[in-house]
Design a protein around this ligand. Structure first.
Ligand code: G6P
Length: 459
């Protein structure tokens, strides 16, 4: 029996009682079902972390092995190269990229520490699945230490176009490192195509067919695996949440106004400033909508040590104040903006109550919130999804109102169209979106990746 070993930067350690977000929810189900080991960072910082062995704990059939980061590693590897260089680079936001060589060096040495700490825990029958941009060199490091077990890698972010990748310090090395895995998974066909192009142009990989590359005598499969949610479970959570006191309070406070709703991490990729500008444009272009709508945006604070996130927060605070001061009236606040996260079930209820899901990232690997918004709706009286066409989810949710997240007039027009939409059209659009997510599950996503990894390495 093969054992699944998942490696990701952040591990939702059970004893901390964390509420897992996107990646964590998806992987937790998979590990709970298959059993196995989850290796990564415990989310803590400690001056001696580099000398401490992994902490092992078991919960619900899953083994967790976690290490800490030193304050310097946290600064240089996590806040620095991972989130100030790679994250904006992967999302094609050059103006947010900040690059320091010492941060790249730390990124490499933390990957080496992941490798050294993982090696003694590995068994011959393991299947290793590495996740996300924090760990681009890891597959190659493991191979260099003689690891022969199957290795898969999945990138949760977009994979950028070739000339964007050229801004990556040492981009060619990252490509060659990734090509040491057996299967590389991406969110959309465009991401996969970008990778294949870069791997053949920059790293000298040879394209065998649409999904196979040959690199230094090693065959690598490349595939598109859009991350999914559990739509039925989320729908049930949303329906049940309507009875919560929180929901009654929100509904009461709206006093009959239509609810526009967004929920994100406060992150420069999420397009929050443009989103607010699009909403403000609605109120100016369609003044009849003033007093008829309330926009509730939850933007949970995230990566608060990264300077571009701090700058975003400052900009937004200014913009929120201006919007409410200029557009508000004595008995109407157009925008409610919260930086505290809310429980998942409450958010599901907010989605169901909303007339419009307003989700406009500048670019996003997938955006599971968009899928959750669809799942949360009442099929008899569904809300409308206004979605950035640059989110991976837009490839599946084509029946949403797709917008350019930089086009304030376009977003205002889409909001107006959603507010005016007939029940028949709302149902038709919702049904088409639901049909495209209803037959998938997060577990199915994980199993299909592992299945192809198995076929690739057994062949
Ligand atoms: C994105 C990334 C994940 C990351 C998550 C939360 O979804 O793809 O790898 O874990 O954001 O970010 P954080 O920096 O708090 O782990």
């Amino acid at each position: 029996m093969k054992r699944l070993v998942i490696v990701s930067n952040r591990v939702p350690v059970p004893k901390e009682g964390l509420r897992p977000g996107g990646l964590a929810v998806v992987l937790k189900d998979l590990l709970a079902r298959k059993g196995g080991l989850w290796f990564g960072w415990n989310g803590a910082c400690h001056p001696d972390a580099a000398h401490l062995p992994p902490e092992i704990q078991k919960a619900e059939g899953v083994e967790y092995a976690t290490i800490g980061l030193t304050p310097a590693e946290y600064r240089n590897y996590y806040t620095g190269f991972s989130n100030s260089t790679l994250w904006p680079l992967m999302h094609s936001l050059p103006e947010c990229i900040h690059f320091e060589r010492r941060e790249l060096a730390s990124y490499r040495s933390v990957n080496e520490r992941f490798c050294e700490n993982l090696l003694p825990l590995l068994r011959a029958e393991d299947v290793i699945w590495i996740h996300d941009y924090h760990l681009l060199p890891l597959a190659a490091l493991l191979r260099r230490h003689g690891v022969r077990q199957p290795i898969g890698f999945f990138l949760h972010t977009p994979f950028p176009a070739p000339d964007m990748l050229a801004t990556a310090p040492d981009g060619g090395t990252f490509l060659r490192d990734l090509l040491k895995a057996d299967l590389l998974g991406f969110q959309t066909a465009d991401d996969t195509a970008n990778f294949i192009f870069a791997a053949s142009r920059t790293a000298g990989a040879v394209t065998v067919d649409d999904t196979t590359l040959l690199f230094e005598g090693h065959k690598v499969r490349v595939g598109t695996f859009p991350v999914e949610i559990d739509p039925q479970t989320f729908a049930a959570t949303a329906a049940a949440a309507m009875e919560h006191a929180d929901l009654h309070r929100l509904a009461g406070s709206l006093a009959g106004r239509r609810l526009v709703f967004g929920v994100d991490r406060m992150d420069p990729t999420k397009g929050l400033d443009h989103r607010l500008a699009g909403y403000e444009r609605l109120l100016h272009t369609y003044p009849a909508r003033q007093r008829q709508v309330t926009f509730l945006q939850i933007a949970a604070e995230s990566r608060t040590d990264v300077p571009s996130y701090q700058a975003l927060r400052n900009r937004l605070e200014h913009q929120i104040g201006q919007l409410n001061a200029h557009c508000g009236q004595a008995d109407w606040t157009p925008l409610r903006f919260l930086t505290r996260g809310s429980p998942r079930s409450t958010v599901a209820g907010y989605m169901r109550l909303a007339d419009i899901g307003y989700i406009t990232p500048l670019r996003d690997g997938m955006n599971l919130v968009a899928k959750e918004f669809i799942a949360a709706q009442d099929p008899e009286n569904p809300g409308v999804l206004v979605l950035s066409r640059l989110a991976g989810a837009a490839k599946q949710l084509e029946a949403a109102l797709l917008v350019n997240p930089l086009d304030h007039d376009g977003m205002a027009d889409a909001l107006e169209r959603a507010l005016a939409m007939s029940l028949a059209e709302r149902r038709e659009r919702w049904q088409a979106c639901w049909d495209s997510i209803a037959s998938h599950t997060a577990l199915g996503w994980g199993l299909s990746f592992l299945d192809l990894l198995h076929k690739t390495t057994e062949a």
